[in-house]
Design a protein around this ligand. Structure first.
Ligand code: AGP
Length: 617
């Protein structure tokens, strides 16, 4: 997500801010900017694109020396990546306040309406600028920046780390955090703020993690932390054990390892603002499709490629089950060049992390020419696919740098399930009480994903131990089948070995001929709790392959006491709704593939022959 740097001290602030933003580039971004106070005046420079563009802007519009400021790299969530939407944002008619923000302000629309009613003029489409104007307005009333800041942050819902500087107070940076990261760097006669320690680790390794709903009052010689309630907060200092090079990946050995660990947040951020505590689903982005449009949909065709197509395969089970709309999933490049039946009542759902995959763009353009409406599920704000669709549900997985997709996948599945619940509610296809129960179950997923990630050691150890494997097979039924396909793809693209996923029920129709002594087979086992569970059938499949020499690794639900007697290893995942288990069971497969590739000494972030976004057909 966005990168944040704050500084007060004797060094050249622009140098500290740019250096910190450079260390945060691993987080991915699409614009950057700084605000500093120099010679008593607020100076702001910001540009779309990479840091080099911002540096060019500063070179062509030099800033006098400064000793206080804030810097930001933005990963667009609200508003396309443009100069105007880049942070910092100025607040108030006097434009003496500057703000940077990481996160999503869920209630920004109502707050913006309040400001518009007072005649506030906005320079951007962002939720962040709303906060800047609110704080400036409160400051003009209160005359006290901390009071104004605290008043406003208490009104904001969602996830935010916010930093503010004001020309009238040229010695202090204020910061607040709720559901987004913020750390303090403690120096000698200087102090720092960052979205993670990479922002300042080259200057100091003394740090404090800022807690939930806390405000930081940062000066060169002092750091004060209070709660949103204004009461003082005690905090604990720690020492950063990274070296600066590790900081380029946020301390992780690879982007892939970081992004696997990001998955609880990716699911949580994709759910944020779309499921309330009762489990009711709302998707404001769907407003472009009227209830009438939705009731008239007689078929959904999901178009995507690679991992995104498996997200579609998984989402299909939920969308079809709850909304009773027939769903088919098509590889974009196949859909485009066959003569599909598409009418004005066909809804095309295009799933794409990058939003730039040419195969998928070509498929959606073709479908639109045939009169269909297109809904995108996309992880990149303002991407071509989003611009060319009737509506876009953004996944908020944050930038995915590793070529092999992980957190984008679980976010895509989450968005697909949200879509299914939403369509079912609008069409009245499933009782609201049942849909809300499912919605509440979705809200439990981030914690369940965290639990899976905390327990990945066994999957990694098994992967590392199989570095010499020549082939691994993956089996699954129902949503376990696309999970098996995704597990095989991860292994192919990371470890360059043959891997094949297939439906467990398909075994006897041919693939069982592949089984020989010692053949590793990973089996995704459904819960045995459900009355219509496919568990017994999958156990039979495991028995069939073991009888022929297979070595079985099972991914099963905690409490499954049967599967262990038929498997060499069992990796357990938490109990959850049958279809949601796909999000949990895919994660050990990601870790398995990554560890096996690492054991072979391969680059898990940039596998051979692959690109992160395939922008040609
Ligand atoms: C996933 O691990 C692969 N890198 C690839 O299959 C990818 O999912 C596919 O190219 C689709 O990309 P998109 O989501 O950006 O459209």
């Amino acid at each position: 997500m966005c990168g944040i740097v704050g500084y007060v001290g004797p060094k050249s602030t622009v140098d500290v801010l740019i250096g910190g933003l450079r260390r945060l580039e691993y987080r991915g971004y699409d614009s950057a900017g700084v605000s500093v106070i120099s010679e008593g005046h607020l100076q702001t420079r910001k540009k779309a694109g990479k840091l080099v563009n911002l540096i060019g802007e500063i070179d062509s519009h030099p800033i006098p020396v400064s000793h206080i400021g804030i810097g930001h790299t933005r990963w667009a969530t609200h508003g396309a990546p443009t100069d105007g939407n880049a942070h910092p944002h100025l607040g108030g008619t006097r434009e003496k306040l500057s703000l940077i923000h990481n996160g999503i302000i869920e209630n920004f629309s109502e707050l913006k309406a309040e400001l518009l009613a007072e005649g506030t003029r906005f320079a951007s489409d962002t939720d962040s600028e709303v906060a800047a104007h609110l704080i400036a307005r409160e400051y003009d009333k209160a005359g006290d920046l901390v009071v104004a800041f605290r008043t406003v942050v208490n009104r904001l819902h969602g996830a935010f780390t916010i930093l503010v500087v004001h020309e009238d107070q040229p010695d202090v940076v204020l910061a607040a955090r709720r559901n987004a990261p913020l750390v303090i760097g403690l120096g000698d006669g200087e102090n720092f703020l960052g979205s993670d320690v990479a922002a300042f680790v080259e200057h100091t390794k003394r740090a404090i993690s800022v807690g939930q709903d806390e405000i930081v009052i940062l000066r060169a010689e002092s750091v004060e932390i209070i709660g949103f309630d204004g009461k003082p907060v005690t905090s604990e200092e720690f020492t950063v054990d990274w070296d600066a090079t590790a900081a380029s990946k946020g301390g992780w050995p690879s982007f892939m390892a970081k992004e696997i660990a990001d998955q609880p947040q990716a699911v949580a951020d994709t759910l944020m603002g779309r499921v309330d505590s009762e489990g009711r689903v709302s998707i404001p982005e769907m407003d472009g499709l009227s209830a009438e449009d939705i009731k008239n949909i007689d078929r959904i065709i999901i178009v995507a490629c690679g991992t995104a197509s498996y997200a579609g395969d998984i989402a299909k089970y939920g969308i079809e089950k709850w909304s009773r709309i027939p769903v088919q999933v098509e590889l974009s490049h196949e859909f485009r060049y066959r003569d599909p039946i598409v009418t004005k009542n066909t809804l095309i759902v295009a799933i794409s992390q990058s939003g730039e995959t040419m195969d998928t763009l070509m498929a959606t353009r073709y479908a639109r020419d045939l009169g269909a409406k297109v809904l995108a599920i996309c992880n990149t704000q303002g991407a071509t696919l989003a611009r060319e669709s009737d509506a876009t549900i953004y996944t908020h997985a944050g930038p995915e740098v590793a070529v092999a997709s992980t957190k984008a996948l679980v976010a895509q599945i989450t968005a697909g399930f949200l879509l299914g619940l939403y369509l079912a509610e609008v069409r009245g296809a499933t009782p609201s009480s049942e849909l809300q129960k499912l919605g509440r179950e979705l809200l439990r997923l981030p914690a369940q994903v965290s639990e899976v990630i905390e327990g990945l050691d066994e999957a990694k150890a098994l992967g590392a131990a199989m570095a010499s494997a020549k082939s691994v097979l993956f089996l699954g039924r129902n949503v376990g089948f696309p999970v098996a396909m995704e597990g095989a793809l991860k292994l192919k693209e990371l470890a360059y070995i043959h891997a094949e996923g297939f439906a467990a029920g398909e075994l006897k129709h041919g693939p069982i001929a592949l089984i020989e002594e010692g053949q590793p087979v990973i089996v995704i086992v459904p819960s045995l709790r459900d009355e219509d569970s496919l568990h017994p059938k999958v156990i039979s499949n495991i028995q069939e392959i073991r009888a022929r020499g297979a070595k079985v690794i099972a991914i099963a639900e905690v409490g499954d006491t049967e599967v262990g007697q038929w498997s060499e290893h069992v990796i357990f995942v938490p109990e959850t709704e049958q279809l949601f288990a796909a999000i949990l069971t895919v994660i050990p497969l990601q870790a398995f593939a990554m560890a096996l590739a690492e054991a072979k000494g391969l680059d898990v972030d940039q596998p051979r022959n692959l690109a992160k976004s395939v922008t040609v057909e």
